[in-house]
Structure formats: C-alpha cells, structure tokens
Design a binder for this molecule. Structure first.
Ligand SMILES: Nc1ncnc2c1ncn2[C@@H]1O[C@H](COP(=O)(O)OP(=O)(O)OP(=O)(O)O)[C@@H](O)[C@H]1O
Ligand SMILES: [Mg+2]
Length: 212
C-alpha cells in the first residue's frame, strides 16, 4: 500500500507522521520504505541516525522529481509492502504526483483557522489530481497537535467538517516524545511513552482499515 502524506502548508507534521507511521508498520511486521520528497530531506536525515541492526529496518529513498517518483515507487512496490511518501509543501507538479500515487492521501493539519484556510488551495490541487486519475483518491485530514481540552481546537475540528474532506478519527497530540525520538532515528512506538505509542498504533490501524 502507498500512503501519501502531503499538504500545501509547511511544518504541519508530514515528516513526523511519515516516520512514526513507518516505525509502527515496521513493528507490525511489514516491509516499509519511505520516499522522501521533502526539500529539507527530513526523513533521509532521520534514516541516517537509525540503528538498523537493533531496530526494524526502514528503507528511505530521497526523490524529488515527478517522473522519478513514479518509476521508483513502482520499483519499490516489488520489495516493500508499505510505502510512505513524505511530501513537500509546494504548489508543484510533484504534489499532484504524490497524490496520484497514493492508495490513501493523508493531509496533516493543525487545528488553527490559518491552517484551515490553507487547505482551500490544497483541495483545488486534489480535485485536479482526481480528475487526472479518473477515479477517486481517498483523502483524509489528520489533526496534528490537537488538544480536545481547548475550545478553539474543537471549533476548528467542526469547521473542518464543512471542507468536503473527511477527518480521521485518530488525532495526534502535541508531545515532546515526537521531537525526542528524531535524534535517534526512531519513532514514538520505540519510546517509553506508552500513550504516544498507542496513539500511533491507532493511526496505523485506522489507515489499514481504510485501505482494506
Ligand atoms: N504531534 C507533535 N508533537 C510535537 N511536535 C510536533 C508534532 N508534530 C510535529 N511536531 C514538530 O513540528 C515541527 C514540524 O514538523 P514536521 O517537520 O514533521 O512538519 P512537515 O510538515 O514535514 O514540515 P515541512 O513542510 O517543512 O516538510 C517539527 O519540529 C516537529 O518535531
Ligand atoms: Mg517535512
């Protein structure tokens, strides 16, 4: 399965969710690859820090041109069961290709009105991609850095239900664990934070259930 993690907004958690989902799937027994299409090479750098002997290995390939992405994702599918594309925040052809390739498109979004406004252009891109593909591309928002104790978070979530894009049931909280694990090339699944581990497991299971 190909999971495209993309958005037109920077810093919303694409790389964080890509890496943490990859780790979670790897522990579930899947052969996992990340395709890093991020201009900052975040996942590529993260992968350089990962101890692949003591932790389940995760293949990371940096690719940032649309045609190379198509070709190499096809090749990776021969050897990997889960391919996660860590997207780039640009209004480019690359973003359309990332969406076209996904069996599911996950769009991280922070619960702020600014982020919700930023999705308007994204949706135009998404609709173009669906028209090009000629079939539906299942797309979902995933609320990152969500806190249900804050009124504006709940209001933002409600506002999102008008956007014509479904929101995943699983939400991701702001947690130090997400920042701490990066320097070891790990995911929260491999940390001592049980709540974060459960949160990521819930997300992985929800994604599997939507693709199946
Ligand atoms: N749930 C979270 N809890 C705590 N910190 C988070 C969380 N999600 C993301 N962050 C932090 O927010 C910052 C941006 O996250 P990240 O790099 O994953 O976003 P991105 O969408 O990939 O950014 P870019 O568009 O630049 O590629 C990072 O410092 C990351 O550690
Ligand atoms: Mg990134």
């Amino acid at each position: 399965m190909i999971i495209s993690v993309t958005s037109l907004k920077g810093g919303v958690g694409k790389s964080t969710l890509s890496q943490n989902l990859a780790v979670c799937f790897a522990h579930m027994g899947y052969k996992v690859a990340i395709v890093d299409a991020d201009v900052n090479d975040s996942s590529e750098r993260w992968s350089g820090l990962r101890d692949m002997d003591d932790n389940p290995p995760i293949m990371v390939a940096s690719i940032d041109s649309p045609q190379a992405l198509r070709n190499n994702v096809k090749l990776l599918q021969r050897d990997y069961e889960v391919i996660i594309i860590d997207g780039t925040p640009a209004l480019s052809k690359l973003v359309s290709t990332i969406m076209l390739l996904g069996d599911i498109v996950l769009v991280p979004i922070k619960p702020s009105i600014l982020d919700i406004w930023a999705t308007e252009r994204f949706q135009e891109r998404y609709e173009d991609a669906v028209a090009t593909k000629g079939e539906d591309i299942p797309g979902y928002f995933i609320l990152n850095e969500y806190d249900s104790r804050m009124k504006f978070n709940i209001e933002a979530k409600e506002a999102m239900s008008d956007l014509g894009f479904e929101t995943l049931k699983t939400t991701i909280k702001t947690r130090l664990a997400y920042k701490e694990v990066i320097q070891d090339g790990k995911g929260v699944y491999e940390s001592s934070n049980k709540t974060a581990k459960q949160e990521m497991t819930n997300l992985a299971n929800e994604v599997i259930s939507l693709i199946a």
